[in-house]
Design a protein around this ligand. Structure first.
Ligand code: RIB
Ligand code: CA
Length: 313
């Protein structure tokens, strides 16, 4: 079996942590590294959270590489008011995993991604589940290398539904609209997983309750996820959206998306993702946008593979 070689760029956050757990769990994925960005929390805490999740599953062999500290149009990072309520003060549901033993790697995220693109070419799948500053930096630095990648998937945007940051805007795109605009205007072909699909993947506490009794790793991941499932949307009965895990899953297996809409995206001033009017008549569409998902298959696969990972840890 040829494994999908994957790098994920996270603003680790609870659903980011759940995406990391998933890519470690899936036997068809080889995790080359995790790059860190600001977003749900500051860059340094995001990197630390990723290291803690790797350690929880005894995967200290996977490196963590730091990327951007703030958005293009800002001079520093300021955490959004809602973020501690959804992801906890520490970004991982206020669960204390202690200080990770390892430090982030010396190489920065952009160089690590570009070097990997040159080395693995079409075998490399890149998944971006935070603000798009790191991806825009990679494009600015070496577009030709980025064109070699087999797949670039991003979690972001809202096409047919309202946003989660404002009525127009989704959080990842809205955190750095200038970077997102550059990314969408670039010649790269992208798979885009917006709220339209991810809001159909709501998990509840009851879906993962069995993890609680599966030792330290299971109990910790259960508590991390529980915080988010109770606080992200409308409370415990509504559950929380598996935004970032779905993006990672779709990068490995795009057939999980049952409606891909081809278009050329752009970003408006207010952070809204929308089809570019200037490119309306272009025959070639660079972006495919996920509008529907086989939520049952995704949920069954996610829970069974992460449960196996927990049992092994
Ligand atoms: O809008 C959802 C996205 O914003 C997810 O990536 C979540 O982790 C936050 O970054
Ligand atoms: Ca995220």
């Amino acid at each position: 079996m040829t494994k999908t070689k994957m790098i994920i760029d996270c603003d680790t956050g609870v659903d980011d942590a759940l995406a990391i757990a998933y890519i470690l769990a899936d036997p068809q994925i080889e995790v080359l590294g995790i790059t860190a960005t600001y977003g749900n929390i500051d860059l340094h805490s995001a990197a630390r959270n990723s290291l803690s999740i790797l350690e929880l599953f005894h995967r200290e062999d996977v490196g963590v590489y730091k990327g951007a500290e703030h958005a293009y149009d800002k001079t520093s990072y300021v955490r959004g008011n809602k973020s501690p309520l959804i992801h906890g003060e520490n970004g991982i549901g206020n669960v204390d995993l202690g200080s990770p033993k390892k430090q982030p790697n010396k190489e920065n995220a952009v160089d690590f991604i570009i070097d990997s693109a040159k080395r693995y070419k079409e075998d490399l799948h890149l998944v971006f589940v935070g603000p798009l500053t790191d991806l825009a930096d990679c494009i600015r630095k070496d577009l030709e290398a980025m064109k070699l990648c087999g797949d670039i998937t991003i979690m972001g945007g809202a096409l047919t539904v309202k946003g989660n940051k404002s009525v127009y805007a989704e959080a990842n795109i809205c955190s750095d609209p200038s970077a997102a605009k550059e990314v969408f205007a670039s010649p790269l072909h992208l798979s885009v997983i917006p709220l339209d699909a991810t809001l159909k993947t709501l998990f509840k506490v009851s879906d993962i309750r069995s993890w609680k009794d599966l030792g330290f790793a299971g109990r910790s991941l259960y508590e991390i996820a529980r915080f988010y499932y109770v606080h992200e949307l409308g409370g415990e009965e509504t559950g929380g959206a598996m935004h970032d895990p779905l993006a990672a899953y779709a990068s490995k297996d795009p057939s999980i998306i049952t409606n891909w809409f081809p278009c050329n995206l752009t970003v408006e001033e207010n952070g809204r993702t929308i089809g570019s009017f200037e490119e309306l008549n272009l025959k070639e569409k660079r972006h495919r946008v996920a509008l529907d998902v086989d939520a049952k298959r995704f949920s069954d696969d996610y829970i069974s593979s992460v449960s196996e990972l927990i049992k092994r840890s």
